[in-house]
Write a protein that binds this ligand. Structure first.
Ligand code: PLP
Length: 391
């Protein structure tokens, strides 16, 4: 039999659950793109994004997924043959670097352990070797969605400054913005990228690039710049230019409502909600791990993300069986292991609350039991206690 009928829960790290009010905001006729209310929507979205990024700089909105924002960040600031340094934490920074390589950039890498965060000392050490300052940009993710690692962005910034290196600092916040603190200007980040479909609770299809003064200055001589991504063109006065063509208006209606929801809750409170729900998930995993089969992917507790928890499963146990059970019998979709993770992922990002997370944990625990996967007892109980103490 199955227990899946009822509202399904998406506990994969993107796309994430979309609030009904965001869906409803999109359910309306198309409107004029040259004048009227859409211009205000654009303005509110730009302002909302800048305040979420924590910048006085500019935010650009692309009709693209996160891969598009990666390309926008690089093409607007760099020229063919420029060197970049990729802090290869998890999977996504490596892929961002590969995007750069395909555009004609020369990629250098600081290798990282899949189970640990970027070491700022190693960043500093690598940059000190670049005495000619050939490296033009340093790329890192705040949260890697494959490994579940969170990187210490201010510490990495400090490491770049300690090496006296002038490279642009670019941060991918696709799996972190809205779920943990990020303050672009205060942290000395030059370019930040994000996508709509994770912490921002909007359907996939929009991505964002925020640029500070140093990045905008580099943009003046960026040889890789092409019309679609071009920051200068998009800063033109015509509304139509801000999207380099027809605005993705329904996506914008959705984003506008999602940003309103975040503002209504308060960014700080949204971060506290994510922090506590993440702690509850980790409390459950800690209990399950006592069975000797499951374990955290991220060894260091401080390096575990607020938005996704990555769990290893020892062979011969098959994570796919647990994922299928949770989806087909319970109506919860978990994240499969990607980037070489031998296990699965539980997302706790965006439109999530206590019943959704306790329900998800309960279903995982049910699956572990039903499938005879050895695990320590009391995971859900530990999550409940964590929530009770943390409120
Ligand atoms: C999801 C994700 C991406 C890729 O975003 P797409 O919208 O799938 O292109 C990039 N970086 C991080 C950290 C992500 O979590």
């Amino acid at each position: 039999m199955t227990l899946r009928y009822g509202r399904e829960v998406l506990a994969m790290p993107g796309p994430t659950n979309i609030p009904d009010s965001v869906l409803n905001a999109m359910h309306r006729p198309a409107i004029d793109i040259y004048s009227g209310p859409l211009l205000e929507v654009t303005e509110r979205c730009h302002e909302g994004l800048c305040s979420l990024f924590g910048t006085q700089g500019h935010a650009f909105i692309y009709a693209a997924n996160g891969h598009g924002a990666w390309e926008a960040a690089l093409s607007n600031t760099l020229s063919a043959g420029d060197e970049i340094l990729v802090l290869a934490s998890g999977r996504f920074a490596i892929n961002w670097g590969a995007t750069g390589e395909s555009m004609g950039l020369v990629v250098h890498t600081v290798e990282c352990d899949f189970r640990d965060s970027v070491s700022p000392a190693r960043v500093s050490e690598r940059l000190r070797k670049d005495t000619a300052h050939a490296i033009k940009a340093v790329l890192v993710v705040q949260v890697d969605t494959a490994s579940g690692v969170v990187n210490d962005i201010p510490a990495i910034r400090a490491a770049i400054s300690a090496a006296g290196h002038p490279a642009l600092f670019m941060v991918d916040t696709i799996a972190s913005l809205g779920t943990m603190t990020f303050t672009m200007d205060a942290w000395g980040v030059d370019v930040a990228v994000c996508g709509a479909q994770k912490g921002l609770m909007t359907p996939p299809g929009l991505s964002f690039c925020a640029a500070g003064a140093k990045a905008l200055a580099a943009h003046e001589s960026a040889g890789l710049c092409t019309r679609y991504w071009d920051w200068t063109f998009r800063r033109g006065t015509e509304h139509y230019h801000k999207y380099c063509g027809t605005p993705p208006e329904h996506m914008l209606f959705g984003l506008d409502e999602a940003l309103r929801l975040l503002q209504e809750e308060g960014f700080d409170k949204a971060i506290r909600r994510h922090t506590l729900l993440a702690r509850a998930v980790r409390a459950a995993v800690e209990m399950w791990a006592k069975g000797g089969v499951l374990d955290f992917n991220v060894a260091e507790p401080d390096a575990r993300a607020n938005s996704v928890t990555t769990i290893r499963m020892a062979p011969p146990h098959e994570p796919s069986r647990l994922l299928e059970f949770c989806r087909d019998t319970c109506g919860v979709t978990l994240g499969l292991g990607i980037g070489g993770l031998p296990g699965f992922r539980i997302a706790h990002m965006g439109h999530v609350n206590a019943p959704m997370m306790l329900g998800t944990l309960g279903c995982v625990e049910l699956g572990l039991k039903a499938l005879d996967i050895p695990h320590g007892q009391g995971g859900v109980q530990a999550a409940v206690e964590t929530l009770a103490e943390g409120l």
